[in-house]
Each structure stands twice: as structure tokens, then as C-alpha cells.
Write a protein that binds this ligand. Structure first.
Ligand code: FE2
Length: 495
């Protein structure tokens, strides 16, 4: 069988036009260039992909939650248990563990026909778990604050809380009720946020100027303390920090003709006299608010061995609205607004000298209620925070929202901005000679960056500290508390 032959045309004597030769040469070169370019691109795409994945700030996307269990029992009035009762222990804990676990939270949400509006308004209920030799006893008592006692005597709400305005006595005539709107409102001493310690004593704290000292064995209030009698502040947070020797640091605002200031407070650990409370407290640094009449709201702050870190966030308190709230018939909460047109700023204060560091650290707007951790490393402050990109969650925690069921509750939950753990790195020693546009963080283990801008500001971008799929983890309580971060600082103490 003959092999088939392919007859090729004889082109040896066939001349192509010069233009065609040039064109074919160009196409040949072009294809070579394209192949080379593609091979280079393929190599670089993988490198680029890795770089982008390591540096970009992934925006967490939450799936909608549906059919959430009702949480109304958590925000409903309960009876106190003043007599010690045995608690049911599931599992076991070490025999040597001996002491108190102390918690506080809102436990009464109405007096007579008056009802509180907001989760934060409920009367402080003190919980005590006593652990000894593998057993646990429990008791609880309502804090006998002046607010609690006044409300009880009148069987109505007579002192305003964060989200509830006390209305005038209905027994007064119309004229008296109108005039009462212009009376200076009483400030609540319903200290339902946290147990704190000063000089070894325990106090219950909220964010007003009042704290209540308590005997943690009996859960009885022993003294009411007013910050204003010791230093020029209008209150302090319920989340102080402590040095190893017991020195306490806190922050509180002051308002005056000069505007408003954020003050760093130090309370010494020693008592000169046994009857002392926060005697010797000092303001060691005052930071002027960016806007005198609209300071930032804050619930806590960060501290390292040598520095206090204050976060000025665009959750603003309109002081004019706060002052006129009673006349306008609005609660204190009405004066707080989320204003994401502003960035969030970090201030760093030297604890030992009281000096505010010159670094101007900014990030995109976020709100934080609780810091997680803070430490120093390689000339930087590293601070981990629970962050929300939407700062409107305080509005959502109205009791009428939290007591919803079914789809209504799902809608409430899905409207709350989620809270994520994020790390920021603040380089402490920034100079005029530092290059612009470069990351000044030397920390190889964190993708958080701090880049100097042309205007001298340091732009801080965070590192996510959570794994993918965080939203699918945890039980109901954690899912509800994640948005706010949750107060977790109530005390444990060995006897
Ligand atoms: Fe808290």
C-alpha cells in the first residue's frame, strides 16, 4: 500500500511583497512577546494574589440569622434571693478553689406603672456565687442605691436612666409639672455595670459620677462615693485598669467653659486612713475633645505597662441635647449619635509623665465598647479591640426590641452591627524624618499597618483577629453579646 503523499507547493521561487514580509515578521515578534508577557503574568499573578490576601482587610459578611430563641427572660424583672441557697453544680471544679464570683446586672425594669425603656436602665442586682470544697452557694440582692430607694418609695420611676426619662409626678398640677421640667435632674446612682476595685475595696460602678462601695460578703452597700468631691470630672468609666501594685487608672470626662476634656485618672493603691475611698485620686492628663460641645462617648480604654490608650470614636454626645433632654422630653440616649463622616482617633498617654504623645493616629470610623488586650512590642503599642463598623447598636438595645419573638427578633438581631476582634499597631516614636507612604510598623507577625501621611497623621489599618466564619460560631448568648463586646469584668476573689 502506497503511503499518501502531501504535495507541498514550491515556494522557493515565489516572492512575497516586502510589506507582507514586514507584517509577518511583526506578527511573529508580537506572538513571542505575548507568550513571554503571559508567562511573566502567570508567575506574578500567584505572587500578587498571595500579597493581596495577606494585606487586604477582608470585609466579613454575615449570613442572616433566623428563628432565634427568645431572650426576653434575660431582660425581665426577677426576684432577689437574699438568703444563701445551695446551687446545683454540673461537672466539677478543683477542691482548692475557694472564693466569690461576683456579677452585677439590671434585674428590675419597672416601678408601679412606669417601665424602663432600655436594657441599661434596669436596677442593679448583685449576684454572689461562693465556691468552697467543690460546692457552690448563691445569693442575690438589689443594690440599695438612692435611686432604687426613691423609686420604691414613690412606686414610680423618679430618677432618669440612660434610656428612660423620669416624668413629673402625676399628682402635681399642670403648672407644677411644667416647672419641674426646668429643675436640675437628679443623677442616677444605679451602678449596674461592673464591680471595680480601688485600694482593695469593692465598688459598683456605672458611668456617672457615683459609685457604691459594697461589702462583698453581705452584698450590702456601705457608702456612696462621688468622684466630683475628689477631682474635677463628671464621671468615670466602669472599666478601670490596674498596675501590679494596685494603682488604678480610669478615664472620665469634664465639661466646662473651655469645652470638654477626656481625663486620665490615677488612684493610688495605699490607704493613709482606713476610712478612705478614692482619696488621693489625680487627673494626670487632660485631652481636649475634637469638638468642645460634642465629645466622643466611650465605655472603656486600653492600658499597657507604660501607656494609656484612649480611642476617640465618632459616637458623639451632643451636650446641648443632653442638657436640654428633660425640657425636650427626651432621654440621655437621645443625645448620642453615630457620625461616620469622622474618623476614629487613638490618643496615647505616658502613664508616668502624664504626657500626651504627639503621634496623631487615625483609622477609618469604627466604634468600640471593650478593649481585649494591649501590650508594647518593638517600640509600638499593640491594641486589640472589639470593633463595629456601624455604631448604632445602642439604639437597638431598647427593651421592646430585645423582648420580641420570631421574625421580629430576627429583624432586630440582623439590624445590629456585628462586633469583630481587630488589632491595631501604633508606632510610638514617629519623627518628622520618617518616610511618608510607608508602613512604620516593624511587627512581622501582624498585618496591621501604620502609614505616615503627607499631613503627618498616621493612618492605621487593622488586622482581623477572627477566623473566617466567626458568625457561625457560638451559642445564642454569644451571638447576642458579640455586637456590644460584653462586659466581662465582674470580679472573682479568693477569700
Ligand atoms: Fe462594659
Amino acid at each position: 500500500m502506497m503511503a499518501s503523499q502531501v504535495v507541498k507547493p514550491d515556494t522557493r521561487n515565489c516572492k512575497r511583497p516586502r510589506e507582507l514580509e514586514i507584517f509577518l515578521h511583526f506578527v511573529s515578534n508580537l506572538s513571542t512577546i505575548a507568550v513571554g508577557f503571559l508567562s511573566v503574568m502567570i508567575r506574578w499573578i500567584s505572587v500578587l494574589k498571595k500579597y493581596v490576601e495577606s494585606t487586604r482587610q477582608k470585609k466579613a459578611i454575615f449570613s442572616k440569622q433566623e428563628r432565634l430563641p427568645c431572650i426576653a427572660p434575660l431582660v425581665t424583672t426577677v426576684e432577689e434571693t437574699p438568703q444563701i441557697v445551695s446551687a446545683c453544680v454540673r461537672g466539677h471544679f478543683p477542691q482548692w478553689l475557694r472564693g466569690y464570683l461576683l456579677r452585677v446586672g439590671p434585674g428590675k425594669f419597672e416601678f408601679g406603672k412606669d417601665k424602663y425603656n432600655h436594657w441599661f436602665d434596669g436596677m442593679a442586682l448583685l449576684h454572689q456565687f461562693r465556691m468552697e470544697k467543690g460546692t457552690v452557694t448563691y445569693r442575690s440582692k438589689f443594690l440599695q442605691s438612692d435611686t432604687y430607694k426613691a423609686n420604691s418609695v414613690h412606686d414610680r420611676i423618679v430618677i432618669s436612666e440612660f434610656g428612660t426619662l423620669a416624668v413629673p409626678d402625676p399628682c402635681k398640677n399642670v403648672f407644677e409639672r411644667f416647672l419641674s421640667k426646668f429643675e436640675v435632674p437628679a443623677i442616677t446612682d444605679n451602678t449596674n455595670v461592673n464591680y471595680v476595685q480601688y485600694k482593695g475595696d469593692y465598688y459598683l460602678s456605672t458611668e456617672t459620677n457615683f459609685m457604691n462601695k459594697v461589702d462583698i460578703k453581705t452584698l450590702e452597700k456601705t457608702e456612696k462615693v462621688d468622684w466630683r468631691k475628689f477631682i474635677a470630672v463628671n464621671g468615670a468609666t466602669a472599666h478601670p485598669h490596674y498596675d501590679a501594685d494596685g494603682t488604678a487608672y480610669n478615664m472620665g470626662n469634664s465639661y466646662g467653659s473651655h469645652g470638654s476634656c477626656y481625663n486620665v485618672i490615677r488612684v493610688p493603691p495605699e490607704k493613709v486612713d482606713l476610712g478612705e475611698t478614692i482619696h488621693g485620686a489625680q487627673v494626670i492628663c487632660s485631652i481636649a475633645s475634637a469638638e468642645g460641645m460634642r465629645p466622643s462617648y466611650y465605655h472603656s480604654f486600653g492600658m499597657t505597662r507604660n501607656y494609656v490608650i484612649f480611642i476617640e470614636q465618632p459616637l458623639k454626645m451632643n451636650l446641648w441635647k443632653v442638657v436640654t433632654s428633660k425640657i425636650r422630653g427626651k432621654s440621655f440616649a437621645d443625645g448620642i449619635s453615630w457620625e461616620p463622616q469622622y474618623n476614629t482617633r487613638f490618643h496615647v498617654v505616658d502613664k508616668h509623665t502624664g504626657q500626651l504623645l504627639p503621634g496623631m493616629y487615625y483609622s477609618k470610623p469604627f466604634v468600640t465598647f471593650h478593649q481585649i488586650n494591649a501590650f508594647e512590642d518593638q517600640g509600638c503599642v499593640v491594641i486589640d479591640l472589639c470593633c463595629q463598623d456601624d455604631g448604632r447598636s445602642l439604639e437597638v438595645y431598647q427593651l421592646q426590641n430585645l423582648r420580641k419573638v420570631g421574625e421580629g427578633l430576627d429583624q432586630v438581631y440582623n439590624s445590629v452591627g456585628r462586633s469583630f476582634p481587630r488589632r491595631f499597631v501604633l508606632p510610638l516614636h514617629v519623627s518628622l524624618n520618617d518616610p511618608e507612604g510607608q508602613n512604620l510598623s516593624p511587627l512581622s507577625y501582624s498585618s496591621a499597618s501604620a502609614v505616615k501621611q503627607a499631613d503627618g497623621k498616621i493612618w492605621c489599618s487593622y488586622e482581623n483577629l477572627h477566623p473566617e466564619g466567626l458568625e457561625d460560631e457560638g451559642d445564642l448568648e454569644r451571638r447576642w453579646l458579640l455586637p456590644l463586646g460584653t462586659c466581662v469584668c465582674s470580679c472573682t476573689r479568693n477569700q
